[in-house]
Write a protein that binds this ligand. Structure first.
Ligand SMILES: [Zn+2]
Length: 109
């Protein structure tokens, strides 16, 4: 992937991140900082849910925010756009629609 292309995805991810953080609001973000999302997102979500701080919509945002963060971290390691399951390059059309995609189209289905 070319540097220019990565930069574009990075901007998309950062914009998405900003939007999600805004919609989650300050209180919830502080909640996330107190309880960093673990690798096992479903367990963590359950905990957050039990806290009854976040409603279902917030929970979706939290999951999406975590995916965005993971994508940015993979970008730093030079692994952005590589399918987590099979190691194939995720197509650019898929990344443009879903810049935080973790799987190629074949593995996602
Ligand atoms: Zn794959």
């Amino acid at each position: 992937m070319q540097a220019q292309e990565i930069k574009e995805y990075r901007n998309m991810l950062l914009a998405k991140r900003e939007h999600l953080i805004e919609s989650l609001g300050k209180i919830n973000i502080e909640k996330i900082r107190e309880n960093p999302i673990s690798a096992d997102i479903d367990d963590q979500s359950q905990e957050i849910e039990n806290d009854q701080v976040m409603d279902a919509l917030d929970l979706l945002d939290v999951k999406e925010l975590e995916k965005v963060d993971q994508a940015l971290r993979r970008m730093e390691k030079g692994l952005y756009g590589i399918c987590l399951d099979c190691g194939a390059q995720i197509s650019s059309s898929r990344l443009k629609a879903l810049p935080f995609a973790q799987q190629c189209i074949d593995c996602a289905h």
